[in-house]
Design a protein around this ligand. Structure first.
Ligand SMILES: *Cc1c(COP(=O)(O)O)cnc(C)c1O
Length: 369
């Protein structure tokens, strides 16, 4: 049976990337040796690292003054590494979900941490408005897409909106889904496993001049070598970017995934496709009398779509889950904190999958109303 994969992450990846990675596992770069078996200091691998970084630069238009780092530890390690590298006295956070909350918790270890606004009061179903970033904050941290709740800040904030404080973003679940004006950020990071590859590699895009500025702080100063972004940035500047052994298979698959994005036409084209897929599903959620969306309309994510049974149909939840499963829908169970359903339509999710889910919702309504 055909399986339609709506998992929230790890999630669907381009078929072409999977096939090419399997080939590379047997034979990398015509060496007769597999990708997991070569030295990461062989020229072929060093070139692959450089090519992968170049793909990042080309796709997002990353300016010269930024480094692109591939690290281990997931986005969760960056929750600590960001304040370790950037929090001198005070940081500001917009709390739009549990990932944002977890990020702020780590910052508190390093210094004063101001939560400028939170939407926890309504299960993070909206992006708060009307907040002010303290002008003396070292940086302002946002989570651009809130994977669990299906809300998203789908634009790049202007410096004037945030008191000219440096912007830092966790873009784990919407990176490469749209064009990003990288210049507006001091640092962008995320785990690869939603839009750019398998779990196990973390990307960090960081402006070089913001590093090495921790003067006042007592805690973790100087920084441990692996935590200091300068360790990895210095290696990248030499066009090597490997202080230690990188997760080679993960980076290889990220390379293949980004190549696929480029072949499709880049992030502008990706954005068009994503908007189309997303509209298709939200239109059905809004039309179908048996379902309602959980996120406030103007905060809706185009990556993760959360919905529950409409009032009066709550008892049909298990029936719909079984109905959808029978038709090949995988990974549509909502996160336990929201309940109901969540369909993640990341870059590699084909429009046919969305059409199949919409059809499934329509058929369920016809048979159960
Ligand atoms: C998945 C996710 C994380 C956690 O990533 P790990 O790589 O598992 O640590 C953090 N932030 C956001 C927005 C996510 O979607």
């Amino acid at each position: 049976m055909k399986a339609y994969n709506f998992n929230a992450g790890p999630c669907v990846l381009p078929k072409q990337a999977i096939e090419n990675t399997i080939k590379a596992l047997y034979d990398f770069d015509n060496t007769g040796i597999g990708i997991a078996e070569i030295s990461h200091r062989t020229p072929g691998w060093e070139k692959l690292m450089a090519d992968t970084r170049q793909l990042w630069r080309d796709l997002l238009g990353i300016p010269e003054e930024y480094e692109v780092l591939f690290l281990g530890g997931g986005a969760s390690t960056q929750f600590m590494a960001v304040p370790a590298n950037l929090l001198n006295k005070k940081a500001a956070y917009l709390q739009t979900g549990v990932w944002a909350k977890k990020a702020a918790k780590e910052a508190k270890l390093f210094g004063e941490t101001v939560i400028v606004a939170s939407s926890e009061d309504k299960t993070y179903s909206y992006i708060p408005k009307g907040w002010t970033v303290p002008a003396d904050a070292d940086y302002f941290h946002i989570t651009t897409n809130n994977t669990i709740y299906g809300t998203e800040i789908r634009r790049d904030m202007d410096a004037s909106e945030i008191n000219n404080v440096m912007l830092v973003a966790d873009m784990s679940s919407d990176i490469m889904s749209r064009p990003v004006d990288v210049k507006k950020y001091g640092l962008i990071y995320g785990g690869a496993q939603k839009n750019v590859g398998p779990a196990g590699v973390t990307f960090v895009i960081v402006r070089k001049d913001i590093l090495g500025k921790i003067t006042d702080r007592q805690y973790m100063n100087p920084l441990p070598t692996m935590v200091d972004y300068r360790t990895h940035a210095a290696e990248e500047a030499k066009n090597i970017s490997m202080f230690n052994t990188p997760p080679v298979i993960n980076i290889y698959m990220m390379y293949e995934t980004l190549k696929w994005v480029k072949e499709l036409g880049g992030v502008e084209e990706m954005n068009k496709i994503n908007v189309k897929k997303s509209n298709l599903l939200y239109e059905e959620i809004d039309r179908n009398s048996m379902f309602i969306g959980t996120a406030e309309k103007e905060s809706r994510s185009i990556m993760n779509h959360c919905f529950v049974m409409a009032p009066g149909y709550e008892d049909k939840q298990d029936a719909f889950m079984a109905f959808a499963k029978e038709r090949g829908m995988v990974g549509i169970k909502g996160h336990r904190s929201v309940g109901g359903f969540r369909a993640s339509l990341y870059n590699a999710c084909p429009i046919e999958a969305v059409e199949a889910l919409v059809q499934c919702m329509q058929d369920f309504e016809r048979q159960n109303k």
